[in-house]
Write a protein of this length. Structure first.
Length: 187
């Protein structure tokens, strides 16, 4: 299924609402590593509860399912909410920026990129690795480790390893890091 139109509509809504964002998750790891199929688009956003009605007003209700009250409550809790693309089957997860030092740093480091010919902002390769390792630690998912291994295989020569290792140590992700390196054939 084509996701170009979904990206165009979501990024347009974020830009018109003045909400800073970055693409994370599978699309970010696909950008830097070996691709895998997904029907989810994950974004980290820095938004206030007051900005969400504007954001959602740019998404046609005939194409997208969402609940404004749920989104506003998620903003207050700094958690996440999702929007469903009913005609094409995509799920868009809006994850609120966490106030931790690492997450703030990763958001500041976001970079311009292009996915499906749509200009947008994405997490850096290093931050994709770190965030995927965090998800692996929380859920024990082999898929996250495989995504990291894919980024390591493709981007190995251009990665900022001191930055990665600093945050891996601080966030307690050494076991996950070792599994990903082993999966990538680096150990």
């Amino acid at each position: 299924m084509s996701y170009t139109q979904v990206f165009q509509e979501i990024i347009n809504a974020l830009d018109h609402s003045g909400i800073p964002y970055m693409i994370v998750g599978s699309f970010a790891s696909n950008l830097y590593g070996t691709g895998r199929g997904t029907q989810d688009i994950d974004l980290v956003i820095s938004a206030s509860p007051d900005q969400l009605p504007s954001l959602l007003s740019f998404l046609p209700k005939t194409d997208y399912y969402f609940d404004v009250d749920t989104a506003v409550e998620a903003a207050r809790r700094k958690s996440m909410f999702n929007v469903l693309d009913m005609s094409r089957g995509w799920k868009i997860d809006f994850i609120f920026l966490k106030p931790t030092a690492y997450h703030q740093q990763a958001f500041l480091r976001r970079t311009a990129a292009e996915i499906a010919l749509v200009p947008l902002f994405t997490a850096t390769a290093e931050d994709v690795i770190i965030s995927k390792l965090e998800w692996a630690k929380m859920g024990g998912s082999l898929r996250q480790i495989e995504d990291v291994a894919g980024v390591l295989k493709v981007q190995h020569d251009s990665l900022d390893f001191p930055y990665i290792e600093k945050w891996i140590t601080e966030l307690g992700l050494i076991a996950e890091w070792n599994r990903a390196r082993q999966s990538a054939g680096l150990e």
